[in-house]
Ligand binder design. Structure first.
Ligand SMILES: Cc1cc2nc3c(=O)[nH]c(=O)nc-3n(C[C@H](O)[C@H](O)[C@H](O)COP(=O)(O)O)c2cc1C
Length: 198
């Protein structure tokens, strides 16, 4: 199994925690802040990109990085105030995928909640009643996010890495089996042709 790169963007530390847990689970891995990401990622088997959500998509530094990643197997991981199963969180993965450079394949995605910066919460609490973040649902979501990422999230992040490693192994086995089947069919066909001619 080849080396993995983990590139993360994080302001208040949530995504950094997830990135560190994932890199530990991967074993042979390099961990980079988005600001320090190498230009040449061709030596990595998988490139994992982690970001925090802003305006329902990857944060600005990550949006700048994504088009530069090309011809790579990519995993996304994201932290956000919203629930991981929400449309908001899922659409964000699509936005990240859309921003990638050419020739990439998305291997998998992982998301969990992350505590929201208290300064932003204070601002949002003062929002007008018709604003998108006003009301009891927002307060409830923010309160839920406040304890994340927790130990269960970090464990799930590590389990995700193991599952992706397993996925690569299974895919390779499938490819080999398929190639052997095609080679056997070709050989049988050639033998039949030789017998017909002889
Ligand atoms: C300016 C700003 C905008 C945000 N926008 C969103 C958003 O659109 N959707 C969301 O679910 N969370 C949003 N959040 C919450 C962060 O994505 C979340 O707290 C994240 O875990 C922060 O990650 P970090 O600690 O790695 O910086 C926003 C936070 C900030 C500060």
């Amino acid at each position: 199994m080849g080396k993995w790169a983990f590139i993360y963007s994080s302001v208040t530390g949530n995504t950094k925690k997830v990135a560190a847990a994932m890199a530990e689970a991967a074993g042979d891995a390099d961990l980079f802040r988005v600001q320090d990401a190498p230009e040449d990622l061709s030596g990595y088997e998988v490139v994992c990109v982690g970001y925090w959500l802003r305006l329902g998509g990857p944060d600005p530094l990550t949006l700048k990085l994504l088009p530069q990643i090309h011809d790579a197997k990519v995993c996304f991981f994201q932290t956000h105030g919203t629930d991981p199963t929400s449309e908001h969180a899922i659409t964000s993965f699509a936005r990240a995928g859309y921003a990638l450079g050419p020739g990439c394949e998305i291997l998998g995605t992982f998301g969990c909640q992350g505590a929201i910066n208290p300064a932003l919460l204070e601002k949002r609490k003062k929002e007008a009643p018709n604003g998108p973040h006003h009301g009891p649902h927002s307060l409830e979501r923010w309160a839920k996010a406040a304890n994340h990422p927790d130990d269960a999230d970090l464990q799930a992040a590590q389990d995700f890495v193991k599952a992706m490693q397993h996925k690569l192994v299974v895919r390779e086995q499938y490819r080999k089996k398929k190639a052997a089947k095609i080679a056997a069919l070709k050989k049988n066909k050639e033998q039949a042709q030789e017998e017909n001619h002889g």
